[in-house]
Design a protein around this ligand. Structure first.
Ligand SMILES: Cc1cc2nc3c(=O)[nH]c(=O)nc-3n(C[C@H](O)[C@H](O)[C@H](O)COP(=O)(O)OP(=O)(O)OC[C@H]3O[C@@H](n4cnc5c(N)ncnc54)[C@H](O)[C@@H]3O)c2cc1C
Length: 387
C-alpha cells in the first residue's frame, strides 16, 4: 500500500478493487481455462469509469498519470492478469492518442473512451523484428486524403476485440530509419484487417494476443498521430514509459496476490500428525519474509519511477527501466515461492497460483524484454544512447 497518494487516485484504486472483487475474481479461472478475452471484465471496468484514466478531465476522463497506471494495473492483476494486461494496453494506447490529440481525436475517440464506450490496444510488434518493437516493417503510402497500410503485426493484445489500435508503420524503403516511422490509429471495423488464429498462450491466456494482417487498409489521414516521422518520439517518450509502468503494475499485482494466497494457506493448512498449521514452521517464515520484502521493495522502486516520470524528472527513464526489469524478476521469484508454499494444492491444473505463475512468465518475454530493458539501462548509465 502506498500511503502518499492523492484522494482521487485513492478512490480510483478503491473502484478497481471493488470491480476486481465483484467481477474479475468470478471470471478469472474461466478466462484462463478457455483462453477467452475478458469481455465482461472489460465492460465492468468501462461501466466503473476506469477506461478514461489518462483522458484529460476537460474531456470527461480522470487526467491521471503513470503512478495511477501502475496502481490500477496492480489492483486489477491481483484478480485477473489477462484483464489487467488488456486494461494496461488500452491505457498506453490511449496515452499515445492523448499526447498530440487533434480536436477530431478528442471528439471521436477520447470522449467515448471517457464514457466507457471505446477500448484501444497497441499493434507495434512484428513477427520479422520480434522484441525490437520500435522497428516496424509494415508500411504506409499516402493516397489523397487517406493512408493505405500493409504488413503484419504480432501478438496484438485484445486482438479482434478492441475498437481501435495504435499501429506503427514506416515508409517503403525507409525501414532502418527510426525517424521515418509513424503511428496511425486504425479502427477495428476497418476493411482489410485479417486476424490470425486464436491465442493459446502459456499464460495471459485471456489476452487474445493475435497476429494482425494489414491488407491494404485505408484510414483517413486525420488518424495520423502527431506528424509523419514522429514515431520514435512516441515510442520512447510516450509508449515506452507508459508501457514499462503499466507492466510493472500488472506483474506486481500477480506477485502480491500469489504471496497473499501462500500466506493464507500457511495459516490454515493443518497437519494431522502435529495438529499445527504450516505457519508454525520456521523455515517457511523465511520464505514468506523474503518474498514480502521483494514485493515491497519492488513496489517502492516502481512508484518512485512513476513519480519521477509524472514530474518529468531527469532520471525517470532509468528508474522505469530498472523497475520493469526488477518487477519481472520479482514476479517470477515470488509466484514460484508461492507455488512451493501452496504444495500440491497449488500444483493443481486450475489453481489460482498456477495461473499467476504462468502469467508471470510473460514479464520476461514481452517487449521490451528483460534482456532489452537491462541492455538499455546499462547503456544509459554508461552515457550511451538507448539504441
Ligand atoms: C502476452 C503477450 C502480449 C503481447 N502484447 C503485445 C501488444 O499488445 N502489442 C504489441 O505490439 N506486442 C505485444 N506482444 C509482443 C511482445 O512485445 C514481443 O514483441 C514479442 O513477445 C517478441 O517475441 P519474439 O519471439 O519475436 O522475440 P525475439 O525478438 O525473437 O526474442 C527472443 C529472445 O531473444 C532476446 N533478444 C532478442 N533480441 C535481443 C538483443 N538484441 N539483445 C538481447 N536479447 C535479445 C529476447 O529478449 C528474448 O528473450 C505481446 C507478447 C506477449 C507474450
Amino acid at each position: 500500500m502506498d500511503m502518499a497518494v492523492a484522494d482521487d487516485l485513492s478512490q480510483l484504486g478503491s473502484t478497481a478493487r471493488r470491480v476486481g472483487a465483484e467481477v474479475l475474481d468470478a471470471n478469472a479461472a474461466s478466462v484462463d481455462a478457455n483462453a477467452q478475452w475478458p469481455a465482461e471484465n472489460m465492460q465492468a471496468l468501462a461501466k466503473a469509469g476506469l477506461l478514461g484514466l489518462h483522458v484529460p478531465k476537460r474531456l470527461g476522463g480522470h487526467g491521471q498519470g503513470m503512478l495511477a497506471l501502475s496502481m490500477i494495473c496492480e489492483e486489477l492483476a491481483r484478480h485477473c492478469g489477462s484483464t489487467a494486461m488488456c486494461y494496461g494496453m488500452h491505457c498506453v494506447a490511449t496515452q499515445a492518442l492523448v499526447a498530440k490529440a487533434t480536436p477530431e481525436h478528442e471528439s471521436r475517440y477520447l470522449q467515448p473512451i471517457a464514457r466507457g464506450e471505446h477500448i484501444m490496444s497497441l499493434a507495434l510488434s512484428e513477427p520479422g523484428t520480434g522484441s525490437h518493437f520500435y522497428l516496424p516493417r509494415s508500411h504506409f503510402r499516402a493516397d489523397e486524403d487517406e493512408f493505405v497500410l500493409s504488413g503484419v503485426k504480432g501478438f496484438v493484445t485484445s486482438g479482434g476485440h478492441a475498437d481501435s489500435y495504435v499501429v506503427s508503420l514506416t515508409s517503403p524503403g525507409a525501414e532502418n530509419d527510426p525517424g521515418s516511422f509513424t503511428l496511425v490509429l486504425v479502427e477495428g471495423k476497418s476493411e482489410g484487417l485479417r486476424w490470425g488464429e486464436a491465442w493459446h498462450g502459456y499464460g495471459m491466456r485471456g489476452n487474445s494476443s493475435r497476429t494482425l494482417h494489414l491488407e491494404h487498409v485505408r484510414v483517413p489521414a486525420m488518424n495520423l498521430l502527431g506528424a509523419r516521422g514522429d514515431q520514435i518520439w512516441y515510442t520512447f517518450e510516450i509508449v515506452l514509459p507508459h508501457f514499462l509502468i503499466a507492466m510493472a503494475g500488472v506483474y506486481l499485482g500477480l506477485a502480491a496476490a500469489s504471496l497473499e494466497l501462500a500466506i493464507e494457506h500457511l495459516k490454515t493448512r493443518e497437519h494431522q500428525h502435529t495438529g499445527e498449521t504450516l505457519s508454525t514452521q520456521p523455515v517457511l517464515w523465511h520464505d514468506v519474509a523474503g518474498a514480502w520484502t521483494e514485493v515491497e521493495a519492488t513496489r517502492r522502486l516502481a512508484h518512485h519511477a512513476a513519480r519521477l516520470a509524472d514530474a518529468g524528472s531527469p532520471g525517470a527513464t532509468q528508474a522505469l527501466l530498472a523497475a520493469k526489469a526488477k518487477v519481472a524478476k520479482t514476479c517470477n521469484q515470488v509466484t514460484d515461492t508461492a507455488m512451493a508454499l501452496l504444495g500440491g494444492r497449488g500444483y493443481g491444473e486450475n489453481s489460482a497460483v498456477a495461473r499467476m505463475h504462468r502469467d508471470a512468465r510473460a514479464a520476461q518475454v514481452m517487449s521490451p524484454t528483460t534482456h532489452l530493458v537491462e541492455a538499455w539501462l546499462g547503456r544509459s548509465l554508461l552515457g550511451l544512447p538507448l539504441l
